[in-house]
Design a protein around this ligand. Structure first.
Ligand code: GUN
Length: 302
């Protein structure tokens, strides 16, 4: 029988650890971890994420500084704000919510954030450290969604070594860093994407499937090996017709949950799987950054 992975409960456990570490830093060094959250524009999904991040930070005794900028903000203004936050010793983490409006060069913005405050782990140097692995990985910030997915996998799978893992999607935010984390865990990793021929036959060999394709319910149970462990990173809102005939919508993942849960041994639901883990890991990275800025060892390792 399929075991549904409770990401919500696991994320709550991580946040309890984060709060404990934060409280420890406050009492030991009188340093209060602080995350600056920058939102440019009116993207409704981004607004929801930013609101959730701010609320959960407060619950973990992490301070937040919120910056809401207009959709028409020019790049120079945003870069100036980041520069100010880089130089503000009370700020330990800087998060610029993506996507950014068209007039702004995302890569330029990300690489302007000082590496030591890049709690999203998107800076080229943090990406390089993850890619190199080993000791370099210990100095990196790891992107929050892949880190959350890995923590769930480590909790659910006794030994990742030698497992066949397929990552669906090759984004810089999830697919690429996920594949590198799994390589570091000694999995045999295959990355598939929109141009891959016959994704189904690649998935058929996978002990672990991590799906971050951005396509609602793309992965069907028929693609999976019996007993596979499935991590669904997708969050998609799709239209539905309700019982009374009215139009509504619902949130689904990138995996067809009904068919996949017949085949998988373990699977994350959407919502309530990876989503809460992403925020928990952002808070974890912020506290790690505050420890590093205070000259202390990291409170937790992967
Ligand atoms: N947009 C979607 N996911 C993320 C994330 O993890 N961090 C940021 N900054 N923006 C995002």
């Amino acid at each position: 029988m399929t075991n549904i992975i409770d990401g919500k409960a696991f994320a709550a456990k991580i946040r309890t650890e984060v709060k404990h570490d934060s409280d420890n830093l406050i009492s030991q060094k009188s340093v209060e971890p602080c995350l600056a959250v920058v939102l440019v524009g009116e993207n409704p999904a981004s607004k929801v994420y930013v609101g959730a991040k701010t609320k959960m930070a407060a619950e973990c005794n992490i301070k937040t500084k919120d910056y809401k900028l207009d959709d028409s903000t020019d790049q120079e203004t945003l870069l100036k704000l980041i520069d100010d936050l880089n130089n503000d010793a009370s700020v330990h983490g800087i998060l610029v919510q993506l996507p950014l409006p068209k007039q702004i060069d995302e890569r330029k913005v990300i690489d302007t954030i000082t590496v030591e405050k890049d709690v999203d782990g998107f800076h080229a140097i943090n990406a390089g450290r993850l890619s190199i692995g080993g000791e370099m990985l210990k100095k990196a910030f790891i992107p929050c969604t892949p880190l959350g997915s890995l923590l769930l996998l480590k909790d659910q799978v006794e030994d990742l070594k030698g497992k066949n893992a397929v990552v669906v999607g090759r984004s810089n935010i999830v697919g690429k860093p996920m594949s590198q984390l799994l390589i570091e865990e000694s999995c045999t990793v295959t990355v598939v994407h929109s141009k891959t021929k016959d994704i189904e036959s690649v998935c058929a060999n996978a002990d672990i499937v991590v799906v971050a394709a951005g396509r609602p319910e793309m992965v069907d149970g028929k693609w999976l090996k019996k007993g596979a462990v499935v991590i669904d990173v997708g969050i998609n809102r799709i239209p539905v017709t309700k019982e009374d005939g009215s139009e509504g919508s619902k949130i689904v993942g990138d995996v067809d949950f009904a068919s996949a849960s017949e085949v998988a041994s373990k699977i994350t639901p959407v919502p309530g799987g990876v989503g809460p883990m992403t925020i928990a890991c952002l808070l974890r990275n912020t506290v790690t950054s505050a420890y590093r800025h205070a000259g202390l060892e990291d409170p937790r390792s992967i």
